[in-house]
Write a protein that binds this ligand. Sequence first.
Ligand code: 73E
Length: 827
Amino acid sequence: STPSRPQPTHPLAVAPVTAPEATVDGFVEQFLRNLNNGRGVALSASTPNDRYFALAATVRDYLMARWLEDVRRQRTAQSKGVAYLSAEYLLGRQLDNNLLATGLTEIAGEALAACGLDIDEVRALEIEPGLGNGGLGRLAACFIDSLATMGVPNIGYGIRYEYGIFRQTFVDGQQVEQADSWLSLGSPWEFPHPEAAQTISFGGHTETYDDDGVVRSRWIPAWNVQAVPHNYMVPGYHNGRVNTLRLWSAQATQGFDLRTFNSGDYQEAVRAQTYAENISKVLYPEDSTPQGKELRLQQQYFFVAASISDFVNLILPRDFDLTRLPERVIFQLNDTHPVIGVPELMRVLVDEKGLEWDAAWAITRECFAYTCHTLLPEALEVWPSDLLGRLLPRHLEIIYRINDEFLDEVRERYGDDEDRIRRMSIIAPDGAVRMAFLATVAGSKVNGVAELHSQLLREKVLPDFDEFFPGKFTNVTNGVTPRRFVKLANPGLSRLITDTIGPGWLTDLDRLRELEPFADDASFRQAFASVKAANKRALAKTLHARDGFTVDDGHMLDVMVKRLHEYKRQTLKLLHIVSQYDAIVSGRVSPAEVTPRTFVFGAKAAPGYAMAKRIIHLINAVGEVVNSDPRVEGRLAVLFPPNYNVTLAERVVPAADLSEQISLAGKEASGTGNMKFALNGALTIGTDDGANVEIRQLVGDENFFLFGMTEPEVATLAETGYHPIDFVRADENLQSALDLISSGAFSCGDGSVFEPVVSNLVHHDPFMALADFTSYAAAQQKVDALYADTEAWTRSAILNVARSGFFSSDRSMRDYIDRIWHTPPVR
Ligand code: 73E
């Protein structure tokens, strides 16, 4: 039943919602009101958590009027919006970002000071919502920031995991995972609406029935759960716009079974509830690997079905003509995780709304677009048909029909080319459903995330589809939000930029080009270098407080932060560190000849990825030995702060001198850390992979340290047969670095500890780290040479900043709008 609409008579009740006054007094008043009325405490009796909540609530209050207005506008306007479907949003802390968006940072600081509080202490209490694994989830967060800032109507849909990405600790150098109970103290940023829950069904069977002479199919599900929306504000930067992020939480349809409970079987009484609520319990801690788990498919369907129903049944007007759905929405599929939405929209249109199959298919094909984020063939999701059929029987039927009709079209075009039909079938020979194929057939567009990636996607992963669907494939190179990753993370650089080129660049990042001439200005270089030095000191302070580390002032900061994966090649970096250490301790070079460097690693390994965990152990072991060996004379240090996350990234990125982007060419789809570093004035040492290619093109060869095989060279080597041992024999530094590890130098003399890592490299080396070692070491020598010339280095660093404006996620959003979404131009 529809709730009755209120009929207000009081003038206040019909007036638009207003924000508190944007003054220190106004802020203090609102803050105290939130503390007293919201938390039920007096200032004098408040805990730090009370203050954090009251501060967050106050910032929210300033955004509320705009949010309500934007929600209203987006409902009444008949314009097309973007519904971004993503299983991950790696948001980072909200307080600072929302203060920045509202322009209240200074007022809030003064207001809290007037209450006798230090805003920095309050701010430090925020636990970031780690609802993502890495780049893919962080990209989604950057995109919704950009859309709000550009004033593009958008709703982000995802899952409110009760536990986000695990908290990483090290015990004896080994990764130990802890649950990320980010909600244990509550979350001040979310608005739960249990009354607006959607019912999501699973299991059961299908049956056919006669609908006025037409045979139709319907789904008789076996069980269901409630999807409870939790709304988050997504404020634009200084534009008064606020979009919505809607994350779904699973709740049991019925609470617990009272009769069973009273009979004494407590566990049985809550079994169904526990089962249902497990769906949104925890984020899968995988990155770039498929996870063929039933619960994961449940999660995917759960949030996608809730989101589609939300849009179709609640956001659209009741009498909306669904044949016009493509005029109102584009569902952007963030990788294959939400692709089950394709058969779900078909089911809604055909089974629930009574549309004809062909009409529904025409609508569906226009309403979806698919972004692929990987090239690793093993990372393309497939669902065994028995699993899919058990959990979602009607969807499997729909997928079969989509596939049958698609393969008919293929036959029509190519005749009985059975080989091609087998290659292109959405259903694999073993019966599994290939979700990337389904997304490609259904999507109006398919995009990769960097030029090289999109090219390889077309040529190597989906060539038959590229031929079959001319014009369907496109590229949108990733980007990052400069609000969080320049302005918030690097206030010193931001101030220097504004002092130099004036304001406005933060929403028009190409304007960084105006910094170019200042690369030749000695006083600007000096100011730039002192910002970098201050950022390094700030990082040193953070790492000292957080992990007890000391960072030497004079060191180059050489940083590799990203998920631990063999294709990213943390081992390549590590072998180079070991070889430098080896050169010192064996007396081949004196410490004085070595450029003082601190190597910073940050990386989580998927809990089930044994090799990745061993590599983490090895990095820590090498650090322990190198850092304490007096023969090194403090010239080299290896720091591996645990639990790298967005909050730490905001400290590490602005402090870095050198950015390590050293994946095997053809494996890293794009990378986005690479962009963050370049924008903050780090130079990149990198392969010709992912977005590195575009970074190098833009910043110029002379401001980028390129090394390693190109993708075609990698392909040729793989074809002709790769024998890592040949490369070991050809480089004695490499040989002795490997020998040193094998000798037990980093494992108390016990060579067996890291033997699996060494033998995997020497005998298999699936990502060809050894083949690129010599070239990598040579590039590192060039790094040392340039670093020795402080002025030249700073000049290059400035040019990296000036030429990286392209990597704003605002530009990515413009490209999506132009090439894929065709949403109306931004006002
Ligand atoms: O190259 C990155 C890319 O920059 C890629 O590895 C990453 O997405 C980033 C953003 O486009 C990515 N993550 C995943 N696949 N590609 C993934 C796969 C399964 C689960 C979680 C994440």
